[in-house]
Write a protein that binds this ligand. Structure first.
Ligand code: SAM
Length: 300
């Protein structure tokens, strides 16, 4: 039954949440202007921002890449099923809201292994009546489990867009490439892979400084080159769609990134740097800012 993951015992869920340490989903939430994080996550985000003061652009442009990719898939490619692994905390525009605005019958299965994402997953189960959403509490490192549970909602005889957006840098090579291959192998012809990934190709000094702040906090943080990212597509037998693997702000830009509503000047002046991030307009991005590659692959 969709929503099974949400029936978890609240006491057990609380036991799984370690608020004393920063966690990727919650640090990411800080940069997206969310509210679902703890002081340790704020501390990690602030350290990351001190290491790279325009680093919020990586996060926000990564999310905007996801918006454009899902829009393209739903509007131009006729894709009606999405498997979004490494969903992150619910935000203003989740995959089902983007897809169902174009095609209300779209089905989306979300997967994450963070108990805080699970605790907030109800906000992801808000499908319109013609479509469906489900949430799976699982680890990317268990692809067979994910595929089995996703099949309750998705029809694996029809194309599926697998979204692995800003998640593979948490997985070492020995596991990452075989996992992507196993997931793609389970999808029928016409399926897609949407993938984004941090890199040190573009602005090595900035991104290494950020990497240090996160590895000090116990995160696995694998940076991959453009060749490494292209390998995910090639080894899984996928053709890259135009424009290939590029910095995310160059992937089919539509210059429609939402600009956050601005508070009073006096209120803004009283905020610290990390609190100000939520109000930043990201349309002033330059090539010197972005450290994330994105691409879309098609299964023949
Ligand atoms: C940086 S966030 C990206 C969120 C969203 N995909 C986006 O790009 O906007 C990475 C997400 O991947 C999740 N994650 C990391 N490792 C994971 C794993 N092994 N299995 C499942 N989820 C994982 C984290 O909990 C987090 O929510």
């Amino acid at each position: 039954m969709p929503g099974d993951a949400l029936s978890q015992d609240p006491a057990e869920l609380r036991r799984r949440i370690d608020s004393s340490k920063a966690h990727p989903a919650r640090v990411y939430d800080v940069f997206l202007g969310g509210k679902d994080h703890y002081p340790a996550d704020l501390g990690a985000a602030a350290a990351g921002l001190a290491a790279n003061p325009r680093g919020y652009l990586d996060v926000r442009h990564n999310r905007d890449f996801l918006r454009r990719a899902v829009t393209t898939l739903a509007r131009e490619d006729g894709i009606r099923q999405f498997l979004d692994i490494g969903t992150g905390l619910p935000t203003a525009e989740n995959v089902h809201q983007i897809a169902q605005r174009i095609a209300p019958e779209s089905r989306v299965v979300y997967v994450d292994n963070d108990p805080v994402v699970l605790a907030h997953a109800r906000a992801l189960l808000t499908s319109g009546p013609e479509g469906r959403t489900d949430y799976i509490d699982a680890d990317l490192k268990s692809p067979a489990q994910i595929l089995e549970q996703a099949a309750k909602t998705l029809d694996f005889d029809r194309p599926v867009a697998l979204c692995l957006v800003a998640i593979l840098h948490f997985v070492e090579d020995a596991e990452a490439y075989p996992i992507v291959r196993e997931l793609v192998d389970a999808l029928p012809a016409g399926s897609r892979l949407v993938l984004s990934h941090l890199t040190e190709d573009l602005n090595a000094e900035n991104v290494r400084a950020v990497q240090r702040t996160y590895t000090e906090r116990g995160f696995t943080f694998v940076l991959r080159s453009r060749d490494d990212v292209e390998r995910f597509f090639a080894e899984s037998g996928l053709e890259l769609a135009d424009p290939g693997v590029v910095p995310v702000h160059h992937w089919r830009p539509d210059h429609a990134a939402p600009v956050p509503e601005q508070p009073e000047e006096s209120y803004l002046a009283g905020l610290d740097d990390i609190e100000k991030v939520r109000y930043k307009d990201i349309n002033d991005v330059t090539d010197a800012d972005i450290n994330v590659y994105g691409g879309l692959g098609v299964k023949a």
